[in-house]
Design a protein around this ligand. Structure first.
Ligand code: TNX
Length: 543
Protein backbone atom coordinates (compact mmCIF):
# COMPACT_ATOMS: atom_id res chain seq x y z
CA UNK A 1 0.00 0.00 0.00
CA UNK A 2 2.96 2.28 0.65
CA UNK A 3 4.16 1.95 -2.95
CA UNK A 4 0.66 2.43 -4.32
CA UNK A 5 0.24 5.60 -2.29
CA UNK A 6 3.46 7.03 -3.70
CA UNK A 7 2.32 6.18 -7.22
CA UNK A 8 -0.91 8.13 -6.79
CA UNK A 9 0.99 11.09 -5.44
CA UNK A 10 3.26 11.20 -8.47
CA UNK A 11 0.32 10.83 -10.81
CA UNK A 12 -1.49 13.76 -9.24
CA UNK A 13 1.50 16.08 -9.72
CA UNK A 14 2.05 15.33 -13.37
CA UNK A 15 -0.60 16.16 -15.85
CA UNK A 16 -1.77 13.73 -18.46
CA UNK A 17 -1.82 14.78 -22.10
CA UNK A 18 -4.59 13.99 -24.54
CA UNK A 19 -4.88 15.05 -28.17
CA UNK A 20 -8.33 16.36 -29.00
CA UNK A 21 -10.01 16.89 -32.36
CA UNK A 22 -12.46 19.53 -33.56
CA UNK A 23 -15.34 17.12 -32.97
CA UNK A 24 -14.54 17.11 -29.25
CA UNK A 25 -15.40 20.80 -28.97
CA UNK A 26 -19.12 20.73 -28.26
CA UNK A 27 -19.90 24.12 -26.81
CA UNK A 28 -23.47 25.46 -27.06
CA UNK A 29 -24.08 28.18 -28.04
CA UNK A 30 -21.29 27.87 -30.57
CA UNK A 31 -18.59 30.46 -29.86
CA UNK A 32 -17.78 33.13 -32.43
CA UNK A 33 -14.25 31.83 -32.98
CA UNK A 34 -12.44 28.71 -31.84
CA UNK A 35 -8.89 27.59 -32.54
CA UNK A 36 -7.87 24.18 -31.35
CA UNK A 37 -4.20 23.86 -30.46
CA UNK A 38 -2.13 20.81 -29.65
CA UNK A 39 -1.81 19.72 -26.08
CA UNK A 40 -4.22 19.80 -23.16
CA UNK A 41 -4.84 21.00 -19.64
CA UNK A 42 -5.72 18.69 -16.77
CA UNK A 43 -7.63 19.80 -13.73
CA UNK A 44 -6.26 18.14 -10.61
CA UNK A 45 -5.93 18.68 -6.89
CA UNK A 46 -3.23 21.29 -7.42
CA UNK A 47 -5.10 23.49 -9.88
CA UNK A 48 -5.69 26.97 -8.50
CA UNK A 49 -7.96 29.85 -9.45
CA UNK A 50 -6.37 33.27 -9.15
CA UNK A 51 -9.00 35.91 -8.40
CA UNK A 52 -8.71 39.60 -7.66
CA UNK A 53 -12.38 40.57 -7.25
CA UNK A 54 -15.64 39.30 -5.78
CA UNK A 55 -17.06 39.14 -9.27
CA UNK A 56 -14.31 36.84 -10.45
CA UNK A 57 -14.92 34.64 -7.46
CA UNK A 58 -18.64 34.62 -8.17
CA UNK A 59 -18.01 33.81 -11.85
CA UNK A 60 -15.75 30.91 -10.78
CA UNK A 61 -18.48 29.43 -8.61
CA UNK A 62 -20.05 27.33 -11.42
CA UNK A 63 -16.76 25.61 -12.16
CA UNK A 64 -15.72 25.26 -8.52
CA UNK A 65 -19.01 23.58 -7.67
CA UNK A 66 -19.01 21.26 -10.67
CA UNK A 67 -15.43 20.13 -10.07
CA UNK A 68 -16.14 19.58 -6.41
CA UNK A 69 -19.31 17.54 -6.81
CA UNK A 70 -18.45 15.46 -9.89
CA UNK A 71 -14.64 15.26 -9.74
CA UNK A 72 -14.14 15.55 -6.00
CA UNK A 73 -11.62 18.29 -6.74
CA UNK A 74 -11.60 21.26 -4.42
CA UNK A 75 -9.76 23.97 -6.31
CA UNK A 76 -7.97 26.45 -4.12
CA UNK A 77 -8.79 30.11 -4.71
CA UNK A 78 -5.67 32.28 -4.41
CA UNK A 79 -4.56 35.87 -4.95
CA UNK A 80 -1.03 35.25 -6.26
CA UNK A 81 -0.39 33.51 -9.55
CA UNK A 82 1.48 30.21 -8.98
CA UNK A 83 4.19 28.97 -11.38
CA UNK A 84 1.86 26.65 -13.25
CA UNK A 85 -1.53 24.88 -13.19
CA UNK A 86 -3.89 27.79 -12.65
CA UNK A 87 -6.80 29.82 -14.06
CA UNK A 88 -6.34 33.55 -14.16
CA UNK A 89 -8.39 36.60 -15.16
CA UNK A 90 -7.34 39.63 -17.13
CA UNK A 91 -9.43 42.76 -17.64
CA UNK A 92 -9.73 43.96 -21.22
CA UNK A 93 -11.71 47.16 -21.45
CA UNK A 94 -11.98 46.97 -25.22
CA UNK A 95 -14.32 43.97 -24.91
CA UNK A 96 -18.11 44.14 -24.69
CA UNK A 97 -19.76 43.46 -21.32
CA UNK A 98 -20.69 39.89 -22.23
CA UNK A 99 -17.64 39.06 -24.35
CA UNK A 100 -14.70 36.94 -23.29
CA UNK A 101 -11.50 35.52 -24.68
CA UNK A 102 -10.40 32.19 -23.33
CA UNK A 103 -6.95 30.69 -23.69
CA UNK A 104 -6.17 27.20 -22.51
CA UNK A 105 -2.45 26.45 -22.87
CA UNK A 106 0.11 24.18 -21.31
CA UNK A 107 -0.17 24.71 -17.60
CA UNK A 108 -2.58 27.64 -17.46
CA UNK A 109 -5.95 29.07 -18.46
CA UNK A 110 -6.47 32.76 -19.05
CA UNK A 111 -9.84 34.50 -19.16
CA UNK A 112 -9.98 37.94 -20.67
CA UNK A 113 -13.19 39.87 -20.05
CA UNK A 114 -14.62 43.26 -19.26
CA UNK A 115 -16.77 42.52 -16.25
CA UNK A 116 -18.82 39.85 -14.61
CA UNK A 117 -20.90 38.47 -17.50
CA UNK A 118 -17.88 37.78 -19.70
CA UNK A 119 -16.04 36.17 -16.79
CA UNK A 120 -19.04 33.99 -16.04
CA UNK A 121 -19.52 32.94 -19.66
CA UNK A 122 -15.86 31.92 -19.92
CA UNK A 123 -16.42 29.70 -16.89
CA UNK A 124 -19.57 28.19 -18.41
CA UNK A 125 -17.54 27.46 -21.53
CA UNK A 126 -14.84 25.74 -19.49
CA UNK A 127 -17.52 23.65 -17.82
CA UNK A 128 -18.83 22.61 -21.23
CA UNK A 129 -15.31 21.75 -22.42
CA UNK A 130 -15.05 19.19 -19.63
CA UNK A 131 -16.51 15.69 -20.14
CA UNK A 132 -20.30 15.60 -19.73
CA UNK A 133 -19.86 13.66 -16.48
CA UNK A 134 -18.88 17.00 -14.94
CA UNK A 135 -22.64 17.58 -14.57
CA UNK A 136 -23.01 14.65 -12.18
CA UNK A 137 -24.01 15.62 -8.68
CA UNK A 138 -22.14 12.67 -7.22
CA UNK A 139 -18.46 11.83 -7.58
CA UNK A 140 -17.56 10.05 -10.83
CA UNK A 141 -14.50 7.80 -10.55
CA UNK A 142 -12.08 6.95 -13.32
CA UNK A 143 -12.50 10.09 -15.43
CA UNK A 144 -9.67 12.40 -16.37
CA UNK A 145 -10.75 16.03 -16.17
CA UNK A 146 -8.82 17.13 -19.20
CA UNK A 147 -9.68 19.86 -21.71
CA UNK A 148 -7.96 20.77 -24.98
CA UNK A 149 -5.53 23.62 -25.42
CA UNK A 150 -7.68 26.12 -27.22
CA UNK A 151 -8.24 29.79 -27.90
CA UNK A 152 -11.76 31.15 -28.03
CA UNK A 153 -12.95 34.63 -28.92
CA UNK A 154 -16.60 34.97 -28.12
CA UNK A 155 -19.40 37.47 -27.78
CA UNK A 156 -23.17 37.42 -28.26
CA UNK A 157 -24.91 38.48 -31.44
CA UNK A 158 -27.90 39.87 -29.48
CA UNK A 159 -28.16 41.59 -26.12
CA UNK A 160 -31.62 40.18 -25.24
CA UNK A 161 -31.59 36.38 -24.99
CA UNK A 162 -34.69 35.50 -23.08
CA UNK A 163 -37.19 33.02 -21.81
CA UNK A 164 -40.62 33.92 -20.45
CA UNK A 165 -42.20 31.79 -17.76
CA UNK A 166 -45.96 32.18 -17.35
CA UNK A 167 -46.31 31.68 -13.61
CA UNK A 168 -49.93 32.83 -13.64
CA UNK A 169 -51.86 30.13 -15.50
CA UNK A 170 -50.06 27.72 -13.22
CA UNK A 171 -47.91 28.79 -10.33
CA UNK A 172 -44.33 27.56 -10.13
CA UNK A 173 -42.44 27.52 -6.85
CA UNK A 174 -39.45 29.77 -6.30
CA UNK A 175 -37.11 26.75 -6.32
CA UNK A 176 -38.05 25.94 -9.90
CA UNK A 177 -37.46 29.53 -10.95
CA UNK A 178 -33.98 29.41 -9.39
CA UNK A 179 -33.18 26.16 -11.19
CA UNK A 180 -34.34 27.66 -14.46
CA UNK A 181 -32.01 30.61 -13.90
CA UNK A 182 -29.01 28.26 -13.57
CA UNK A 183 -30.02 26.43 -16.71
CA UNK A 184 -30.39 29.64 -18.71
CA UNK A 185 -26.97 30.86 -17.57
CA UNK A 186 -25.45 27.55 -18.68
CA UNK A 187 -26.62 28.47 -22.22
CA UNK A 188 -25.47 32.09 -21.84
CA UNK A 189 -29.05 33.35 -21.88
CA UNK A 190 -29.42 36.60 -19.97
CA UNK A 191 -33.11 37.43 -19.57
CA UNK A 192 -35.87 35.79 -17.56
CA UNK A 193 -39.25 37.39 -18.16
CA UNK A 194 -41.77 36.55 -15.43
CA UNK A 195 -45.42 36.81 -16.51
CA UNK A 196 -46.63 37.55 -12.98
CA UNK A 197 -50.20 38.58 -13.74
CA UNK A 198 -52.97 37.07 -15.78
CA UNK A 199 -56.66 36.27 -15.45
CA UNK A 200 -55.86 32.99 -13.71
CA UNK A 201 -53.65 34.29 -10.93
CA UNK A 202 -51.83 37.29 -9.43
CA UNK A 203 -48.39 36.04 -8.34
CA UNK A 204 -46.54 38.85 -6.59
CA UNK A 205 -47.13 40.26 -3.13
CA UNK A 206 -47.99 43.98 -3.21
CA UNK A 207 -47.92 45.43 0.31
CA UNK A 208 -50.36 48.26 -0.41
CA UNK A 209 -52.96 45.92 -1.93
CA UNK A 210 -52.91 42.69 0.09
CA UNK A 211 -56.06 41.28 -1.53
CA UNK A 212 -54.18 40.90 -4.83
CA UNK A 213 -52.59 37.79 -3.37
CA UNK A 214 -55.10 36.92 -0.62
CA UNK A 215 -57.82 36.67 -3.26
CA UNK A 216 -56.12 36.98 -6.64
CA UNK A 217 -53.52 34.23 -6.18
CA UNK A 218 -56.05 31.42 -5.75
CA UNK A 219 -58.69 29.80 -7.88
CA UNK A 220 -61.10 26.92 -7.54
CA UNK A 221 -59.00 24.25 -9.28
CA UNK A 222 -56.19 23.61 -11.66
CA UNK A 223 -58.47 21.95 -14.21
CA UNK A 224 -57.56 22.76 -17.78
CA UNK A 225 -58.29 19.84 -19.98
CA UNK A 226 -59.55 21.68 -23.00
CA UNK A 227 -59.38 25.27 -24.01
CA UNK A 228 -62.27 27.26 -22.61
CA UNK A 229 -63.91 24.08 -21.33
CA UNK A 230 -64.29 25.12 -17.75
CA UNK A 231 -67.03 27.65 -16.97
CA UNK A 232 -66.47 30.67 -14.78
CA UNK A 233 -66.62 29.51 -11.16
CA UNK A 234 -69.62 30.46 -9.02
CA UNK A 235 -69.17 33.34 -6.64
CA UNK A 236 -68.30 32.03 -3.21
CA UNK A 237 -66.82 28.74 -4.42
CA UNK A 238 -63.80 27.74 -2.37
CA UNK A 239 -60.59 28.89 -4.04
CA UNK A 240 -57.47 27.16 -2.76
CA UNK A 241 -55.39 26.30 -5.81
CA UNK A 242 -52.49 28.65 -6.55
CA UNK A 243 -49.72 30.55 -4.82
CA UNK A 244 -47.57 33.65 -5.10
CA UNK A 245 -44.08 35.01 -4.48
CA UNK A 246 -43.62 37.11 -1.36
CA UNK A 247 -41.49 40.20 -1.75
CA UNK A 248 -38.71 38.31 0.02
CA UNK A 249 -39.02 35.52 -2.58
CA UNK A 250 -38.72 38.09 -5.35
CA UNK A 251 -35.63 39.62 -3.74
CA UNK A 252 -34.09 36.18 -3.55
CA UNK A 253 -34.90 35.40 -7.20
CA UNK A 254 -33.50 38.73 -8.39
CA UNK A 255 -30.30 38.41 -6.34
CA UNK A 256 -29.79 34.82 -7.49
CA UNK A 257 -30.29 35.85 -11.11
CA UNK A 258 -27.86 38.77 -10.83
CA UNK A 259 -25.17 36.34 -9.73
CA UNK A 260 -25.77 34.40 -12.93
CA UNK A 261 -25.78 37.33 -15.33
CA UNK A 262 -29.54 37.26 -15.72
CA UNK A 263 -31.92 40.20 -15.72
CA UNK A 264 -35.40 39.41 -14.43
CA UNK A 265 -38.06 41.39 -16.29
CA UNK A 266 -41.36 41.61 -14.39
CA UNK A 267 -44.63 41.72 -16.31
CA UNK A 268 -47.67 43.31 -14.74
CA UNK A 269 -50.50 42.90 -17.27
CA UNK A 270 -52.85 45.75 -18.17
CA UNK A 271 -55.47 46.68 -19.18
CA UNK A 272 -56.69 43.11 -19.90
CA UNK A 273 -55.80 39.58 -18.72
CA UNK A 274 -56.43 40.86 -15.20
CA UNK A 275 -59.43 39.00 -13.76
CA UNK A 276 -57.26 38.01 -10.79
CA UNK A 277 -56.82 41.71 -9.96
CA UNK A 278 -60.49 42.52 -10.53
CA UNK A 279 -61.56 39.59 -8.35
CA UNK A 280 -59.49 41.26 -5.62
CA UNK A 281 -60.47 44.89 -6.30
CA UNK A 282 -63.59 45.07 -8.52
CA UNK A 283 -63.61 48.87 -8.21
CA UNK A 284 -60.84 49.15 -10.82
CA UNK A 285 -62.95 47.55 -13.57
CA UNK A 286 -65.72 49.25 -15.55
CA UNK A 287 -68.55 47.09 -14.22
CA UNK A 288 -67.28 46.92 -10.61
CA UNK A 289 -68.97 43.54 -10.41
CA UNK A 290 -67.56 40.86 -8.08
CA UNK A 291 -65.93 38.02 -10.02
CA UNK A 292 -63.97 34.86 -9.27
CA UNK A 293 -60.48 34.01 -10.49
CA UNK A 294 -61.11 31.68 -13.45
CA UNK A 295 -59.31 28.44 -14.16
CA UNK A 296 -57.28 27.36 -17.12
CA UNK A 297 -57.36 29.08 -20.44
CA UNK A 298 -60.78 30.71 -20.19
CA UNK A 299 -60.68 33.49 -22.80
CA UNK A 300 -61.70 36.03 -23.96
CA UNK A 301 -62.73 37.87 -20.85
CA UNK A 302 -64.44 41.23 -21.18
CA UNK A 303 -63.92 42.50 -17.62
CA UNK A 304 -60.79 44.63 -17.81
CA UNK A 305 -59.34 47.67 -16.04
CA UNK A 306 -61.40 50.83 -16.47
CA UNK A 307 -59.52 53.40 -18.55
CA UNK A 308 -61.83 56.21 -17.41
CA UNK A 309 -61.25 56.29 -13.68
CA UNK A 310 -58.13 58.02 -12.37
CA UNK A 311 -58.22 55.62 -9.43
CA UNK A 312 -57.25 52.76 -11.79
CA UNK A 313 -54.09 54.60 -12.79
CA UNK A 314 -53.26 55.47 -9.18
CA UNK A 315 -53.63 51.81 -8.28
CA UNK A 316 -51.41 50.66 -11.15
CA UNK A 317 -48.77 53.26 -10.42
CA UNK A 318 -48.67 52.22 -6.77
CA UNK A 319 -48.31 48.59 -7.83
CA UNK A 320 -45.52 49.47 -10.25
CA UNK A 321 -43.74 51.51 -7.57
CA UNK A 322 -43.41 48.37 -5.45
CA UNK A 323 -42.48 46.31 -8.49
CA UNK A 324 -39.71 48.72 -9.49
CA UNK A 325 -38.35 48.68 -5.94
CA UNK A 326 -37.96 44.91 -6.23
CA UNK A 327 -36.74 44.58 -9.82
CA UNK A 328 -33.70 46.57 -10.93
CA UNK A 329 -34.58 45.72 -14.56
CA UNK A 330 -34.28 48.62 -16.98
CA UNK A 331 -37.37 47.17 -18.72
CA UNK A 332 -40.77 47.00 -17.07
CA UNK A 333 -43.33 44.91 -18.99
CA UNK A 334 -46.95 46.04 -18.86
CA UNK A 335 -48.51 43.42 -21.13
CA UNK A 336 -51.09 45.24 -23.21
CA UNK A 337 -52.18 42.22 -25.26
CA UNK A 338 -55.60 40.95 -26.24
CA UNK A 339 -57.75 43.59 -24.59
CA UNK A 340 -61.44 42.96 -25.31
CA UNK A 341 -62.78 46.49 -25.18
CA UNK A 342 -66.52 45.75 -25.15
CA UNK A 343 -67.10 47.33 -21.76
CA UNK A 344 -65.08 50.42 -22.59
CA UNK A 345 -67.65 51.19 -25.31
CA UNK A 346 -70.49 51.57 -22.80
CA UNK A 347 -68.71 52.53 -19.59
CA UNK A 348 -69.58 56.17 -18.72
CA UNK A 349 -66.09 56.76 -17.23
CA UNK A 350 -64.41 55.52 -20.39
CA UNK A 351 -66.76 57.53 -22.60
CA UNK A 352 -66.11 60.74 -20.74
CA UNK A 353 -62.35 60.08 -20.83
CA UNK A 354 -62.57 59.72 -24.59
CA UNK A 355 -64.45 62.96 -24.87
CA UNK A 356 -62.07 65.01 -22.74
CA UNK A 357 -59.00 63.50 -24.43
CA UNK A 358 -60.47 63.79 -27.93
CA UNK A 359 -60.14 60.07 -28.65
CA UNK A 360 -62.07 58.63 -31.55
CA UNK A 361 -62.17 54.94 -30.70
CA UNK A 362 -61.33 52.42 -28.02
CA UNK A 363 -58.02 51.57 -29.71
CA UNK A 364 -56.98 55.15 -29.03
CA UNK A 365 -58.21 54.71 -25.49
CA UNK A 366 -55.87 51.74 -25.01
CA UNK A 367 -53.09 53.83 -26.51
CA UNK A 368 -53.95 56.60 -24.00
CA UNK A 369 -53.79 54.00 -21.22
CA UNK A 370 -50.36 52.69 -22.16
CA UNK A 371 -48.97 56.15 -22.92
CA UNK A 372 -50.03 57.32 -19.47
CA UNK A 373 -48.28 54.34 -17.89
CA UNK A 374 -45.25 54.93 -20.10
CA UNK A 375 -44.91 58.49 -18.82
CA UNK A 376 -44.94 57.12 -15.29
CA UNK A 377 -42.46 54.32 -15.97
CA UNK A 378 -40.05 56.59 -17.82
CA UNK A 379 -40.31 59.24 -15.09
CA UNK A 380 -38.76 56.59 -12.84
CA UNK A 381 -35.91 56.07 -15.27
CA UNK A 382 -37.19 52.77 -16.67
CA UNK A 383 -38.30 51.66 -20.12
CA UNK A 384 -41.81 50.39 -20.74
CA UNK A 385 -42.08 47.24 -22.82
CA UNK A 386 -45.31 45.62 -23.99
CA UNK A 387 -46.80 43.12 -26.43
CA UNK A 388 -47.27 44.38 -29.99
CA UNK A 389 -50.90 45.46 -29.36
CA UNK A 390 -49.43 48.59 -27.75
CA UNK A 391 -48.83 49.80 -31.31
CA UNK A 392 -52.58 50.07 -31.94
CA UNK A 393 -53.91 53.59 -31.71
CA UNK A 394 -50.35 54.96 -31.50
CA UNK A 395 -47.24 53.76 -29.70
CA UNK A 396 -45.99 55.52 -26.56
CA UNK A 397 -42.84 57.53 -27.35
CA UNK A 398 -40.29 55.64 -25.25
CA UNK A 399 -41.79 52.16 -25.49
CA UNK A 400 -40.08 48.96 -26.57
CA UNK A 401 -42.23 46.37 -28.34
CA UNK A 402 -42.31 42.61 -27.92
CA UNK A 403 -43.51 41.23 -31.24
CA UNK A 404 -45.54 38.05 -30.80
CA UNK A 405 -48.20 38.04 -33.53
CA UNK A 406 -45.57 37.18 -36.07
CA UNK A 407 -42.94 39.76 -36.95
CA UNK A 408 -45.36 42.50 -38.07
CA UNK A 409 -45.22 44.42 -34.81
CA UNK A 410 -41.44 44.27 -34.80
CA UNK A 411 -41.27 45.60 -38.34
CA UNK A 412 -43.65 48.43 -37.60
CA UNK A 413 -42.09 49.49 -34.30
CA UNK A 414 -38.51 49.33 -35.59
CA UNK A 415 -39.53 51.39 -38.64
CA UNK A 416 -40.76 54.04 -36.17
CA UNK A 417 -37.37 53.91 -34.43
CA UNK A 418 -38.43 51.85 -31.42
CA UNK A 419 -36.46 48.96 -30.01
CA UNK A 420 -38.02 45.52 -30.36
CA UNK A 421 -37.70 42.04 -28.94
CA UNK A 422 -38.78 39.36 -31.38
CA UNK A 423 -40.91 36.53 -30.01
CA UNK A 424 -43.00 35.41 -32.99
CA UNK A 425 -45.45 32.60 -32.25
CA UNK A 426 -44.15 30.78 -35.31
CA UNK A 427 -40.66 30.19 -33.83
CA UNK A 428 -40.73 31.13 -30.16
CA UNK A 429 -43.88 29.65 -28.60
CA UNK A 430 -42.74 26.78 -26.44
CA UNK A 431 -46.33 26.02 -25.43
CA UNK A 432 -46.80 24.59 -28.93
CA UNK A 433 -46.33 20.90 -29.81
CA UNK A 434 -42.79 19.80 -30.57
CA UNK A 435 -43.82 16.49 -32.14
CA UNK A 436 -46.95 14.89 -33.65
CA UNK A 437 -50.01 15.72 -31.55
CA UNK A 438 -51.05 12.10 -31.06
CA UNK A 439 -47.80 11.14 -29.36
CA UNK A 440 -47.22 14.28 -27.32
CA UNK A 441 -48.82 15.45 -24.09
CA UNK A 442 -51.68 17.94 -24.44
CA UNK A 443 -50.45 21.36 -25.53
CA UNK A 444 -51.89 24.61 -26.77
CA UNK A 445 -51.82 23.60 -30.42
CA UNK A 446 -49.43 24.83 -33.05
CA UNK A 447 -46.32 22.95 -34.07
CA UNK A 448 -42.82 24.09 -33.21
CA UNK A 449 -40.23 21.36 -33.69
CA UNK A 450 -36.65 21.83 -32.55
CA UNK A 451 -35.36 22.39 -36.09
CA UNK A 452 -37.73 25.31 -36.56
CA UNK A 453 -36.49 26.98 -33.40
CA UNK A 454 -32.99 26.60 -34.77
CA UNK A 455 -34.07 28.46 -37.93
CA UNK A 456 -35.33 31.42 -35.91
CA UNK A 457 -33.72 34.74 -36.65
CA UNK A 458 -34.84 37.89 -34.83
CA UNK A 459 -33.66 39.99 -37.77
CA UNK A 460 -36.01 39.31 -40.66
CA UNK A 461 -35.40 39.86 -44.36
CA UNK A 462 -37.89 42.69 -44.69
CA UNK A 463 -35.89 44.83 -42.26
CA UNK A 464 -33.61 47.61 -43.37
CA UNK A 465 -30.21 47.91 -41.73
CA UNK A 466 -31.57 50.74 -39.64
CA UNK A 467 -34.49 48.61 -38.43
CA UNK A 468 -32.18 45.70 -37.67
CA UNK A 469 -30.24 47.92 -35.27
CA UNK A 470 -33.41 48.23 -33.19
CA UNK A 471 -33.68 44.47 -32.70
CA UNK A 472 -32.51 43.83 -29.14
CA UNK A 473 -32.84 40.09 -29.57
CA UNK A 474 -35.35 37.33 -29.09
CA UNK A 475 -37.16 35.27 -26.53
CA UNK A 476 -39.14 32.08 -26.12
CA UNK A 477 -42.48 32.27 -24.32
CA UNK A 478 -43.81 29.40 -22.29
CA UNK A 479 -47.50 30.03 -21.71
CA UNK A 480 -48.64 27.61 -19.06
CA UNK A 481 -52.37 27.01 -19.57
CA UNK A 482 -51.52 23.35 -20.26
CA UNK A 483 -48.46 23.11 -18.06
CA UNK A 484 -49.43 22.23 -14.49
CA UNK A 485 -46.11 20.74 -13.32
CA UNK A 486 -42.40 21.52 -13.34
CA UNK A 487 -41.80 18.22 -15.16
CA UNK A 488 -44.06 19.33 -17.98
CA UNK A 489 -42.46 22.77 -17.99
CA UNK A 490 -38.98 21.24 -18.40
CA UNK A 491 -40.34 19.01 -21.12
CA UNK A 492 -41.55 21.98 -23.14
CA UNK A 493 -38.43 24.11 -22.57
CA UNK A 494 -35.77 21.46 -23.21
CA UNK A 495 -34.22 20.91 -25.65
CA UNK A 496 -35.84 23.73 -27.64
CA UNK A 497 -34.13 26.38 -25.51
CA UNK A 498 -30.78 24.86 -26.50
CA UNK A 499 -31.50 25.65 -30.15
CA UNK A 500 -32.77 29.09 -29.20
CA UNK A 501 -29.62 29.94 -27.25
CA UNK A 502 -27.51 29.36 -30.33
CA UNK A 503 -29.75 31.40 -32.61
CA UNK A 504 -29.49 34.33 -30.20
CA UNK A 505 -25.80 34.11 -29.37
CA UNK A 506 -23.82 32.74 -32.30
CA UNK A 507 -22.85 34.59 -35.47
CA UNK A 508 -25.38 33.79 -38.15
CA UNK A 509 -22.81 32.23 -40.45
CA UNK A 510 -21.69 29.85 -37.71
CA UNK A 511 -25.06 28.19 -37.48
CA UNK A 512 -25.48 24.83 -39.15
CA UNK A 513 -28.13 22.29 -38.19
CA UNK A 514 -26.13 19.18 -39.13
CA UNK A 515 -23.18 20.40 -37.15
CA UNK A 516 -25.45 21.42 -34.25
CA UNK A 517 -27.11 18.06 -33.65
CA UNK A 518 -24.02 16.15 -32.43
CA UNK A 519 -23.34 18.97 -30.01
CA UNK A 520 -26.96 18.81 -28.92
CA UNK A 521 -26.50 15.12 -28.24
CA UNK A 522 -23.65 15.98 -25.91
CA UNK A 523 -25.83 18.57 -24.19
CA UNK A 524 -28.56 15.98 -23.65
CA UNK A 525 -26.03 13.73 -21.92
CA UNK A 526 -25.39 16.65 -19.61
CA UNK A 527 -29.12 17.06 -19.05
CA UNK A 528 -29.31 13.38 -18.08
CA UNK A 529 -26.81 14.11 -15.32
CA UNK A 530 -28.60 17.31 -14.34
CA UNK A 531 -31.87 15.42 -14.08
CA UNK A 532 -33.77 17.59 -16.55
CA UNK A 533 -36.93 16.09 -18.02
CA UNK A 534 -36.15 17.14 -21.59
CA UNK A 535 -38.35 15.97 -24.46
CA UNK A 536 -36.65 12.90 -25.87
CA UNK A 537 -39.29 12.85 -28.59
CA UNK A 538 -38.14 16.22 -29.88
CA UNK A 539 -34.72 14.77 -30.22
CA UNK A 540 -35.61 11.60 -32.10
CA UNK A 541 -37.87 13.64 -34.34
CA UNK A 542 -35.27 16.28 -34.83
CA UNK A 543 -35.02 15.88 -38.61
C1 TNX B 1 -51.77 34.55 -26.48
S1 TNX B 1 -49.00 35.77 -26.50
C2 TNX B 1 -51.46 35.20 -25.30
C3 TNX B 1 -51.39 34.43 -24.06
C4 TNX B 1 -51.75 32.97 -24.29
C5 TNX B 1 -51.08 32.48 -25.56
C6 TNX B 1 -51.22 31.03 -25.83
C7 TNX B 1 -49.80 36.80 -25.73
C8 TNX B 1 -49.21 38.11 -25.56
N1 TNX B 1 -51.02 36.50 -25.24
O1 TNX B 1 -52.23 35.00 -23.11
O2 TNX B 1 -51.29 32.25 -23.20
O3 TNX B 1 -51.64 33.21 -26.63
O4 TNX B 1 -50.34 30.61 -26.84
Amino acid sequence: TMVLGMGLLVASCQSKQVQFTEADIQIIPKPAQVTLNSGSFEFNGDTKIVVSSDEQLQASEVLLQALQSAANLKLEVVKEKPATNYITFKTNETLGKEAYNLTVANGFIEIEANGFSGELYAMETLRQLLPSKIESNSVVEGTDWIIPNISITDEPRFEWRGLMLDVSRHFFQKEYVLKTIDRLAYLKMNTLHLHLVDDQGWRIEIKQYPKLTEVGAYRVDQENKAWNARPTPELGEKATYGGFYTQDDIKEIVAYAQKRGINVVPEIEMPAHVTSAIASYPEFSCLEKPVMVPSGGLWPITDIFCAGKDSTFEFLQNVLMEVMELFPSKYIHVGGDEATKTNWKTCPHCQSRMKTEGLENVEELQSYFIKRMERFVSSKGRILIGWDEILEGGLAPGATVMSWRGVKGGLEASAEGHDVVMTPGSHCYFDHYQGPMDSEPLAWGGYLPLSKVYQFDPVVEEMTEEQAKHVLGGQANLWSEYIPTTDQSEYMIFPRVVALSETLWSPKDNRNWDEFTPRLENMLERYEYQGINYAKSAYTLRA
